[in-house]
Design a protein around this ligand. Structure first.
Ligand SMILES: Nc1ncnc2c1ncn2[C@@H]1O[C@H](COP(=O)(O)OP(=O)(O)OP(=O)(O)O)[C@@H](O)[C@H]1O
Ligand SMILES: O=c1ccn([C@@H]2O[C@H](COP(=O)(O)O)[C@@H](O)[C@H]2O)c(=O)[nH]1
Ligand SMILES: [Mg+2]
Length: 207
């Protein structure tokens, strides 16, 4: 009976929806190393798609330059392919869903519900300072695009946080603090989630 339960189980995923420059990319290596998740950044997948010379490349590049949200079908196709190509069953999906339409489309295409939603809470002032100092050559790290990204984040992405918050799925971290302190908070959340999961699994043995 346990085998049947495991084979029908969807991959464990969690969404990481937070403001631009709140520190997701910075924390992901530690999470991958300590907790065994595969990190999938929707933005990184889109940037790789531009580099690969795909037919959607120019459209994606223009949307990113304007801080706009790329159509769901494009992003979901990339995420779905990355999930399917990977042997892991635990995914940390960074920077997605960006809006309610992304969320509903991902749910209906993959049937995957997030285990929980990680939310890095950071002031706009701090995020702006971090983005302007990032120096990774990103075409959207200039003050005009940054302001557009903040607007899109407030208007379209925060409602996704509110949606999951109403379902009790959001785990919020104060990301304004130094990198090490943010990771301590991340560690506490993932350790608790791991213990909760171990508890649920043990019910398979002692139904
Ligand atoms: N806790 C922190 N304190 C100070 N600086 C930080 C902190 N976390 C990250 N940074 C710096 O802020 C910049 C943005 O961080 P990062 O790329 O991790 O953000 P992000 O959330 O992935 O952004 P985006 O949404 O644009 O991809 C980087 O230069 C990084 O070194
Ligand atoms: O699901 C997504 C994720 C990203 N985008 C576009 O990419 C940029 C950069 O994203 P980061 O998460 O900061 O790397 C974002 O501003 C969007 O233009 C997207 O459309 N959909
Ligand atoms: Mg990032």
């Amino acid at each position: 009976q346990m085998e049947e339960h495991q084979s029908t189980r969807s991959p464990l995923s969690l969404f990481w929806v937070s403001g631009p420059g709140s520190g997701k990319g910075t924390q992901c290596a530690n999470i991958v190393e300590h907790f065994g998740y595969t990190h999938l950044s929707a933005g990184d997948l889109l940037r790789a798609e531009i580099k690969s010379g795909s037919e959607n490349g120019t459209m994606i590049q223009n949307m990113i330059k304007e801080g706009k949200i790329v159509p769901s079908e494009v992003t979901i196709k990339l995420l779905k392919r990355a999930i399917e190509e990977n042997g892991n069953d635990k995914f940390l999906i960074d920077g997605f869903p960006r809006n309610e339409e992304n969320r509903a489309a991902f749910e209906s295409v993959t049937g995957v519900q997030p285990e929980f939603v990680l939310f890095f809470d950071c002031s706009e002032e701090e995020m702006e300072k971090r983005l302007l100092g990032r120096n990774q050559g990103r075409e959207d790290d200039n003050i005009e695009t940054i302001r557009k990204r903040f607007k899109v984040y407030m208007e379209s992405s925060l409602p996704v946080i509110e949606y999951y918050s109403a379902k009790g799925k959001v785990k919020k971290i104060d990301a304004t603090r130094p990198v090490g302190e943010v990771f301590e908070a991340v560690k506490a959340i993932f350790t608790k989630a791991w213990l909760d999961e171990a508890c649920v699994s043990s019910l398979d043995f002692f139904p």
